[in-house]
Write a protein that binds this ligand. Structure first.
Ligand SMILES: CC(C)(COP(=O)(O)OP(=O)(O)OC[C@H]1O[C@@H](n2cnc3c(N)ncnc32)[C@H](O)[C@@H]1OP(=O)(O)O)[C@@H](O)C(=O)NCCC(=O)NCCS
Length: 151
C-alpha cells in the first residue's frame, strides 16, 4: 500500500470504497480477478481491468490495475496475470486500448507495464489531498493498443 496510501493498514470493509482516491475492490466486482497460486491454492493478489469509454466498438478502452501480497512478489505473477487479463480484454471484451497509471516512483509497477510492452505516453503531477513522498515526480500513464498486439 506504500504507493497508494503511504503503507497504512486498511479496514477489511472500507467505510466508502467509492470515496477512495485509489482502487479499493470489495472482491465482488466482475472486473477484478483473484490470482490463485496453483501449487498452494493461496490468494496471491488481484488484477483488474475496468472497461471505460463509449458504446462505439472502436472506442472501448480499459484501465489495468494490480496488487499482490508481499510474500508473492517477484515471481512473475503480476506480469503473468496481467497478460491473461489483457488477452481476455482484447479478444473477448473487444477492448481496443488499455491504459495503466502509477506513481512515477513506483518502479515495480512500471516494470510490470514495461514487461507487458505498454508504452509510456505521459507524466502528470496530480494535486492529491495528502501527497505521498515522490508525488512531486507525478503519475505516469502507459498505453497498450490492440492493433499490433500479439498474445
Ligand atoms: C507492482 C507489483 C504488483 C509487481 O508484482 P510482481 O508479481 O512482483 O511483479 P513481477 O514478478 O511480474 O515482476 C515484474 C518486473 O518487476 C520487477 N520488480 C518487481 N518488484 C520489484 C522491486 N521491488 N524493485 C525492482 N523491480 C521489481 C521484476 O524484477 C520484474 O522485472 P524483471 O523480469 O525485469 O526482473 C507488486 O510489487 C505489488 O503488489 N506492489 C504493491 C501494490 C502496487 O504498488 N500496485 C500498483 C499500484 S498502481
Amino acid at each position: 500500500m506504500w504507493y497508494l496510501n503511504g503503507g497504512l493498514p486498511t479496514p477489511l470493509e472500507p467505510v466508502d470504497p467509492d470515496a477512495s482516491e485509489y482502487l479499493m475492490p470489495r472482491g465482488r466486482e466482475p472486473e477484478v480477478w483473484a490470482v490463485i497460486e496453483r501449487e498452494s491454492g493461496a490468494l496471491a493478489g488481484w488484477v483488474a481491468l475496468f472497461a471505460e469509454g463509449g458504446t462505439d466498438v472502436d472506442d472501448r478502452t480499459g484501465e489495468l490495475g494490480y496488487r499482490f501480497f508481499r510474500a508473492f512478489w517477484r515471481r512473475g505473477y503480476a506480469t503473468e496475470a496481467a497478460r491473461a487479463v489483457i488477452s481476455d480484454a482484447f479478444e473477448r471484451l473487444g477492448i481496443v486500448r488499455i491504459t495503466a497509471r502509477t506513481m512515477a516512483v513506483n518502479t515495480p509497477s512500471r516494470r510490470v507495464m514495461e514487461k507487458l510492452e505498454m508504452r509510456h505516453t505521459g507524466t502528470r503531477v496530480v494535486a492529491w489531498s495528502d501527497p505521498l513522498p515522490g508525488a512531486e515526480e507525478g503519475e505516469v500513464e502507459y498505453v497498450l493498443e490492440r492493433q499490433g498486439w500479439s498474445p
